[in-house]
Design a protein around this ligand. Structure first.
Ligand code: CO8
Length: 374
């Protein structure tokens, strides 16, 4: 008989600071005015186009985002700087992402009724890690007194679901007894706050999930994982090129080409049908039908994307309870989006109810888990 794997605890940590659309747009527009004034001669000569203003109304209408959390607010809105001013931490201090990870991990462990001694595998999975090694996961493992092993994995927006699948596989294979999957999404250092197309998209957050075998689970709210699937398909439409080879290429590692950029329209058009097809196939693969799904914990990039996907699946608009939206408060938090939705909207389900956690984004990558409340 195959091992029953359960999600037994979830944790969400919000950074202390927020930036509203209005604050972001005021700072961007001031930066644009200064840029256009500095380039006035070239603009008048027709060799350079004046940059247009951003708009809070556009941002909310195009994306559904109203605000975002940020790990450090200082610096981001300063026209002279346009990026957060994150204090450097030495090698003997806890790293920023390990701190974010621990904040969410401790909540998830408490909700699962577990301690570090129940865990033997830690995966820190997110869009970026602040260093290459030692892995942030090993730092977290050390801080929580966990025996076993940890590693980092990067799959952009699908990092969390892909890591949850790795956790399920390890628990089924018996190579772990308890797994902590953590997503410390520190996106703000990679956002180009001088780019009108993308300055509003991302926010910082940290989420964590505890998984274990059903026979060790004592949690009040636990979910059997009925099936999981991870798919990738190469696309250049969402890129972040920052990397260590820049030093040898003699290119600017902080150049705008190396920060997050995308062809948002193409992403929207290509990813929505891919995600809907993926979900339909995955739900059928575990022997369920679309009406069996009580909750859709979907990736949170754009409200219009989520509405399109659920409309295609359900043949009608999903209610706010069926497919919760959290991006109005959090913005796009890369891989953490669907996990935030799960953290905030899972306790009300009844035993036997089914739900789907699903991410989609850069790569392209799509990951999903079909779960049943115990
Ligand atoms: N203010 C005012 N007007 C604007 C602005 C702005 N800020 N930006 C664009 N406009 C204008 C444009 O100039 C355009 O004007 P015109 O029609 O005159 O040419 C008009 O608004 C419409 O522009 P778009 O076509 O670009 O706008 P869309 O309606 O397509 O909305 C979105 C843009 C919101 C980006 C939308 O396309 C979208 O959400 N697409 C999906 C994107 C997506 O999901 N991407 C995933 C990215 S994240 C990911 O996968 C992993 C990343 C990992 C983390 C990275 C951390 C940094």
């Amino acid at each position: 008989m195959s091992t029953e794997v359960v999600i037994s605890g979830a944790g969400l940590w919000r950074p202390l600071h927020t930036i509203t659309n209005e604050e972001l747009v005021a700072s961007y527009n001031a930066w644009v005015d200064r840029h256009n004034a500095e380039q006035a001669a070239a603009i008048a000569a027709g060799t350079l186009e004046a940059k247009p203003h951003s708009s809070a109304e556009f941002i909310e209408k195009a994306s559904g985002i109203r605000s975002r959390y940020t790990y450090v607010k200082d610096g981001t809105l300063e026209v002279e700087r346009m990026r957060p001013r994150i204090p450097h931490r030495g090698e003997d201090e806890l790293s920023h992402q390990a701190e974010m990870a621990l904040n969410a991990a401790r909540i998830a462990l408490a909700n699962a009724g577990k301690t570090g001694s129940d865990i033997d595998m830690v995966i820190v999975s997110c869009a970026y890690t602040e260093r290459s090694y030692p892995a942030i996961a090993i730092e977290v493992q050390h801080a929580l007194g966990i025996e076993g092993f940890g590693f980092d994995m990067l799959v952009a927006c699908s990092a969390a679901t892909f890591a949850l699948q790795r956790a399920c596989d390890a628990l089924k294979a018996g190579s772990a007894r308890g797994v902590l999957v953590i997503n410390p999404e520190l996106t703000s250092p990679q956002v180009n706050y001088c780019d009108r197309d993308s300055h509003f998209i991302f926010g910082d957050v940290s989420t964590a999930i505890v998984l274990e075998r059903a026979d060790t689970c004592r949690s009040a709210h636990s979910y059997t994982v009925l099936g999981s699937r991870a798919v990738t398909l190469y696309s250049n439409n969402i890129r972040s090129n920052f990397g260590y080879v820049a030093r040898a290429e003699d290119t600017d590692p902080f150049g705008t080409d190396n920060l997050f950029h995308q062809n948002g329209r193409k992403v929207f058009k290509e990813v929505c049908p891919m995600a809907a097809d993926h979900l339909e196939a995955q739900i059928a693969a575990v022997g369920l039908t679309i009406p069996d799904i009580r909750r859709w914990w979907l990736h949170q990039a754009n409200i219009n994307m989520n509405q399109l996907i659920t409309r295609r699946l359900l043949g009608r608009d999903a209610t706010a309870r069926e497919a919760p939206i959290v991006l109005d408060e959090f913005a796009n938090t890369a891989s953490a989006g669907s996990i935030i939705a799960f953290c905030l909207y899972h306790e009300d389900l009844a035993a036997g109810d089914h739900g789907v956690i699903c991410s989609f984004g850069a790569g392209y990558s799509i990951g999903s888990l079909v779960v049943r409340k115990r």
